[in-house]
Design a protein around this ligand. Structure first.
Ligand code: ATP
Ligand code: MG
Length: 414
């Protein structure tokens, strides 16, 4: 079915379509960019699908910069106007023996067949200026009804590639859609097959899911899916009340994956923060998270804020964690329902505006101001910093030297 709908295809993509079409091939923008355009969202990237086979695509773009990364699957990246456009030959996926990637792909001259291999109806639409929208599987209707529905039999599609189970939930969360009932049923029935999917693929979809607008509903309705790859969270996910409360808490937090992951693990009952951090970091390592994220989640899980805060307390927390992490920690506490973070926030702003000394590099005293201190240099500098943060001594070299001299003479007297 061809409908009268318009997608504004940017020039750098239109020129790729034009070049293929002038050579006698069909060429369409397809998938996420069409879906997002119809939803009035800005597409993140533009994918092109064409009746040309890879050799023909390469021939059309002689003289362009072309990257052949996915050529075995029929994809080449064409650099057009300085931007990458993925051009893929119409293809039908072969058999799946590992529910990960097709054992082989076959090229076809039929757009219908290419659309049929795509995961969800909303992702299986194509557009080109001369033909308009091509929507063979009811994608537009599903967009209007805000549902994620598999193209074809959900069970079969999940058996072919188990990642689609998580992609269904990712799109439901990001678009704030519901999952059509047969697709939902198959998501639940097939969840265990996610065991066969590479950790990186799972983790990338999961993070998008966790930061989506509809994450709360997805976590409440499909808890058995994350339980497959976050075994540690199983007790929490299996308890309906705890699950709902945690899902609400996660969705009150800013859309940042580390923050939301930390909130999930902090909700695990029966563990202290150190144990929760160890469980989270272990899970993240297994999912091949970046080192930076593993460290950050640990620090966020260890968040602590005394009930009564003062300038010295906040100076120390800020000095230890840095402004960015400390602000994230306050956001985490707010999401958990702590109502007393405003005072900490106010003190933080005050400390930063005044540029209070909260770290050794800011201290007006350096190691070489303490000749002869030897091994005690570090300890003395830290004692001076501590006194400055407590407001006992101004951050001036002369005052600090005097303070340390006094400290040392007190020590000798004792
Ligand atoms: P995003 O906005 O996140 O990029 P997208 O829909 O473009 O969303 P991609 O992962 O970039 O998602 O995939 C591009 C298109 O390829 C999809 O819209 C879909 O048509 C198809 N596709 C991607 N992964 C699969 C899969 N595992 N099974 C079937 N089709 C897929
Ligand atoms: Mg995409």
């Amino acid at each position: 079915m061809v409908c009268t709908v318009t997608v504004s295809v940017p020039d750098f993509v239109q020129s790729v379509l034009g070049r293929l079409q002038k050579s006698g091939f069909e060429a369409w923008v397809v998938g996420g960019c069409v879906r997002d355009s119809l939803l009035g969202r800005v597409p993140q990237d533009w994918d092109v699908t064409t009746s040309a086979v890879p050799e023909e695509i390469k021939h059309c773009f002689a003289g362009y910069r072309v990257i052949e990364t996915g050529i075995a699957h029929g994809t080449v990246t064409v650099i057009s106007g300085g931007k990458p456009v993925e051009v893929t030959a119409y293809r039908v996926d072969g058999t799946y023996s590992d529910s990960r990637h097709p054992d082989f792909v076959t090229f076809t001259r039929s757009l219908h067949e290419d659309l049929a291999r795509r995961d969800f109806t909303v992702n299986a639409m194509a557009f080109c200026e001369s033909e308009g929208l091509r929507d063979d599987f009811g994608g537009r209707e599903d967009l209007a009804r805000q549902v994620i529905r598999c193209v074809g039999s959900p069970k079969r599609r999940f058996d072919e590639d188990a990642l689609r189970i998580l992609r269904a939930l990712r799109f439901a969360s990001v678009l704030n859609f519901s999952v059509e009932s047969k697709t939902a049923e198959a998501v639940r029935a097939c969840a265990g097959q996610l065991h066969s999917v590479a950790a990186e693929r799972i983790f990338s979809e999961w993070n998008k899911l966790l930061c989506g607008k509809g994450a709360e509903a997805v976590l409440c309705e499909f808890p058995t899916v994350p339980a497959v790859f976050f075994e540690e969270l199983r007790p929490l996910l299996e308890d309906p009340a705890a699950r709902r409360q945690t899902a609400e808490c996660v969705c009150r937090a800013p859309t940042e994956k580390s923050l939301r992951t930390a909130l999930l693990f902090r909700a695990l009952r029966g563990y202290d923060a150190e144990e929760q951090a160890a469980l989270a970091q272990n899970a993240l390592r297994r999912l091949h998270a970046e080192h930076k994220m593993i460290v950050r989640v640990g620090a966020l899980i260890r968040t602590e804020l005394p009930e009564s805060v003062s300038l010295p307390v906040i100076r120390r927390l800020l000095g230890r964690n840095g402004e960015e992490l400390f602000s994230a920690q306050l956001a985490l506490l707010r999401a958990e329902g702590r109502t007393d973070t405003a005072a900490a926030e106010r003190l933080k702003t005050e400390i930063l505006a005044r540029e209070d000394c909260i770290s050794l590099p800011q201290l007006a005293l350096k190691g070489n101001d303490l000749p002869g201190a030897g091994k005690r240099t570090g300890m003395l500098l830290n004692a001076a910093l501590s006194a400055v943060m407590d407001g006992l001594v101004p951050n001036r070299k002369a005052d600090l030297l005097q303070y340390l001299a006094q400290l040392q003479s007190d020590e000798t007297e004792q």
